[in-house]
Design a protein around this ligand. Structure first.
Ligand code: RIB
Ligand code: CA
Length: 329
């Protein structure tokens, strides 16, 4: 029997996809992922949470707002300030990769004002259940250091979170911040470890798959400028990012890590997801190194190692623009 409060709450239909929370550290590939999300799953965007990483947390929140405004989202969904540093106090940015503003200088183009003040993560998340009802279900796309994820799980309750898809780690490949560690995992391995140890299903999108998908310079140039040239700053940011990748990796393009993670969340059926147990090394010599165990024997986590990469490239290059109102088909 329904209580009065149950009866007043919206009960999501079986077919309705979960609401989406995107946790981002405000870099260039984050901007691409956010722009794509605005096009592919705008109706599901319940909140955005900022985390330190590529830039400081306040700049990351501002970059999230900027990216969503460029994508034509108005009014903005709630955007929260999350962790300003990792569990062990780490907070160094990646301005050498993403530029001083985190967006390769694209912020030179004015695109409206930020909200006067970004609320805290707790404030935003505590409003979500009254707003969407206690039957609401969530997915979390974490595309920065994992520092906010344990608190999100605590505040929403693990049973309300369908899964967490997180870009991070490098399992069979070398790292990108140290020889053995990937940037997001290295920035807060303790938080990543806590997420992996929890009861919420986790799908990891490591460097292994990201390095298989190059967004080429030609493809960046071929991205349409959008209405009134609105997407030009995204193209400028990607151009600057690709200039860095030419120096570091000798490639003519860039790895769109966070955009790939978004597609894994939206269309897991397009990916080759291996079940295994993932752990994170906390020893000083291998800090932030991720390892996959029991790869031949199933395991608690999913790791996207490959998939229909032609589709993935197509979606990142043009698919999301074609399907501005629909789903990632
Ligand atoms: O290692 C790549 C990841 O680190 C991406 O999420 C990028 O934005 C940075 O956060
Ligand atoms: Ca990121």
């Amino acid at each position: 029997m329904l209580s009065r409060s149950d009866a007043a709450e919206p009960v999501p239909s079986e077919k309705k996809p979960p609401l989406l929370i995107i946790d981002s550290d405000g870099g260039v590939d984050d901007m691409l992922a956010l722009t794509m999300a605005a096009s592919l799953c705008r109706d599901r965007l319940a909140a955005l949470t900022a985390v330190f990483g590529n830039v400081g947390v306040a700049q990351a929140a501002s970059n999230i707002a900027y990216s969503l405004r460029l994508a034509g989202i108005s009014p903005l969904p709630p955007i929260a300030l999350g962790a300003a540093s990792g569990s062990c106090g780490f907070s160094r940015g990646a301005q050498d990769v993403h530029g001083e503003d985190g967006l390769g200088g694209a912020r030179r183009v004015f695109a409206g004002e930020d909200p006067p003040e970004f609320p805290t993560l707790d404030t935003v998340v505590e409003r979500l259940l009254p707003m969407h009802g206690r039957h609401a279900r969530f997915e979390i796309l974490a595309i920065g250091p994992a520092s906010n994820a344990p608190r999100l799980v605590e505040l929403l309750g693990p049973s309300r979170i369908v899964r967490i898809v997180t870009m991070g780690g490098s399992l069979l490949d070398r790292g990108n911040i140290t020889e053995v560690a990937e940037f997001n995992a290295h920035a807060d391995p303790e938080a990543l470890r806590s997420v992996l140890a929890g009861t919420v299903p986790v799908t990891l999108v490591p460097l292994d798959i990201c390095r298989k998908v190059v967004l080429s310079r030609a493809a960046i140039e071929a991205l349409p400028p959008g209405p009134d040239g609105r997407l030009e700053p995204l193209k400028a940011a990607l151009r600057a990012y690709a200039a860095g990748y030419r120096r570091w990796e000798g490639i003519e393009g860039c790895f769109p890590h966070d955009a790939i993670a978004l597609l894994v969340l939206l269309r897991p059926d397009r990916f080759h997801i291996v079940r295994c147990d993932v752990d994170v090394d906390l020893t000083p010599e291998r800090y932030g190194m991720t390892r996959a165990m029991r790869m031949d024997d199933g395991g608690r986590h999913g790791v996207a190692f490959g998939g229909d990469l032609k589709w993935v490239r197509g979606m990142i290059e043009r698919g999301w623009l074609r399907d501005a109102a629909g789903s990632a088909t």
